[in-house]
Design a binder for this molecule. Structure first.
Ligand SMILES: Cc1cc2nc3c(=O)[nH]c(=O)nc-3n(C[C@H](O)[C@H](O)[C@H](O)COP(=O)(O)OP(=O)(O)OC[C@H]3O[C@@H](n4cnc5c(N)ncnc54)[C@H](O)[C@@H]3O)c2cc1C
Length: 465
């Protein structure tokens, strides 16, 4: 019986501990020895489960109203040292929003992240609970059901949610990007039709830019949309589409005109439209709580009224969407890195080697300090870019690119280093550090690779104005 097995001390010989053994005929794996001996530290403050079970919607006005539901807003609901306090520099309203998101991450996401990853579950129920808190259309206008928050607020939310499940937060981020594109560039009929349902996540959205032959050079895309009567007829294929098959609406960049960026338009395609089909689910290293597939269009008729913005404006819309998307993906990296530092710190305090806990070794102390410094610098650059986007700063594109480049690379390194601090245990799926590492790796690749981020930043520097 597992619960009757002998406890191994935390400083037991590593090679013995790593070997699976048998006891009373049962196989016992390394992590079971380890967790049986590990004191429980680092538990969170009292949860506020009741809070998000209320049909609470965090629109600007609601935020003012929720303050009386909230317990005193603890600045340090996440426990790590004050130098990387996740709430540092936020105003009272943002602290409240962050508290709700952190509680949701702790109660709804973190307990399930391993299971959802292993079983590749798309957690519809949890997504809708997140939406009930206002996380489905965070920076859409309130008029049609959006939450009406800022990009900085969205960053704070994504960071907090990702502490509980980075992959699920990433889907929320993509969904929010699509909702914003519809809200910002669609006409009132389209907004009225989609935003209320996207805000509640009764309907989910996917972003379709990449093609098998057009990745970094997205403006070379070839999926065509030709007019026929009152319809567009779409032909072509999109690759790597997150949420494909599960989402209800696809925000598709198609060629309606000549070559290059100016010939691209943005068109909505609803699930169930004849001619729309999905390829096999890709097998991914991380981001396993939502599918990614090829999306194919084979003489797919959609009404011309599904056009978002003007004809030929699609590439601009796609790129503007990505400014926010890049911030949110970078923010998700922050959350994963923060959680990884916490877990590594807790591990250093209990794991004994050479007769003392690992926290006593100066190399590991210094490495932890460097990780904390990388995290804080990443957070500052992300929040700086979010403020720039909120203020329509002319340098927003470069600042969002810098933030994505810096934060996703530094935070991936943090997650990887946290894994290293766990030694062999870090490589086991029983411990979440490997999942944060796997989930953040792709942030350096998608929403524009980090090489393309360098290109965008250098273009800003080198262009004569
Ligand atoms: C898990 C996952 C989910 C995704 N979800 C979506 C989604 O929902 N919607 C969507 O539209 N797309 C999605 N993507 C696609 C993603 O945005 C692309 O993979 C990415 O833009 C890179 O394109 P590519 O894979 O074709 O690589 P390529 O463009 O072929 O690039 C290959 C390598 O060459 C480098 N490179 C290319 N051009 C240059 C250059 N000029 N200078 C220097 N280096 C260069 C790249 O940086 C990269 O390292 C997803 C991808 C993944 C892996």
């Amino acid at each position: 019986m597992l619960n009757s097995r002998k406890k191994k001390p935390a400083d037991c010989n590593l090679s013995q501990t790593m070997m699976s053994g048998t006891e009373e005929g049962k196989m016992i794996c390394a992590h079971q020895y380890y967790s049986a001996s590990k004191p429980r530290i680092g538990t969170f403050a009292t949860d506020s489960m009741a809070l998000f079970l209320r049909p609470l919607h965090i629109c600007k006005n609601a935020v003012k109203n929720i303050s009386h539901y909230l317990p005193i807003c603890h600045r340090r609901d996440i426990l790590t040292g004050s130098c990387i306090d996740i709430s540092h520099g936020l105003d009272e309203e943002q602290l409240q929003i962050q508290k709700v998101a952190l509680d949701f991450a702790k109660n709804e996401l973190a307990p399930n992240m391993q299971k959802w990853d292993e079983e590749e579950t798309f957690p519809v129920e949890a997504l809708r609970k997140a939406a009930a808190l206002g996380f489905g259309a965070v920076y859409c206008k309130e008029k049609f059901g959006g939450t009406g928050l800022s990009r900085l607020d969205a960053s704070v939310i994504c960071e907090a949610l990702a502490t509980g499940c980075c992959s699920t937060t990433a889907y929320i981020s993509i969904h929010n990007m699509c909702a914003w594109m519809i809200d910002e560039f669609g006409n009132d009929d389209i907004r009225q039709k989609w935003i209320p349902h996207l805000a509640t996540m009764e309907k989910m959205a996917s972003y379709c830019l990449t093609e098998p032959g057009a990745g970094s050079d997205a403006a070379s895309l070839t999926t065509s949309a030709k007019k026929s009567g009152s319809d567009f007829v779409i032909n072509g294929a999109k690759a790597f589409i997150s949420g494909a098959g599960k989402s209800d609406v696809y925000v598709v960049m198609c060629r309606t005109g000549g070559g290059g960026a100016k010939g691209i338009s943005c068109i909505l395609v609803e699930k169930g439209t004849p001619g729309l089909s999905f390829g096999k689910k890709e097998k991914k290293v991380g981001w396993n709580t939502h599918p990614a597939c090829i999306v194919s269009f084979d003489d797919c008729h959609v009404p011309q009224s599904n056009l978002i913005g003007e004809e030929g404006q699609g590439f601009t819309i796609a790129m503007k969407g990505l400014n926010g998307g890049r911030l949110n993906v970078a923010s998700s990296s922050l959350g994963a890195a923060h959680a990884s530092i916490e877990k590594a710190r807790d591990h250093l305090k209990v794991r004994k080697q050479f007769g003392k806990t690992l926290e006593n070794f100066q190399y590991l102390q210094f490495r932890l300090a460097e990780m904390a410094t990388q995290l804080l610098a990443s957070r500052l650059i992300v929040r700086n870019a979010a403020r720039a986007l909120d203020n329509s700063d002319p340098s927003s594109v470069a600042l969002c690119s810098m933030a994505k480049l810096f934060a996703t690379e530094e935070c991936f390194k943090i997650c990887n280093d946290a894994l290293q601090m766990f030694g062999g245990y870090g490589y086991l799926k029983d411990y979440p550090v490997q999942q944060y590492m796997r989930d953040t790796r792709v942030h350096c690749i998608l929403e524009g690779t980090n090489e393309i981020m360098r290109l965008l930043v250098s273009r800003d520097l080198l262009t004569d104005r």
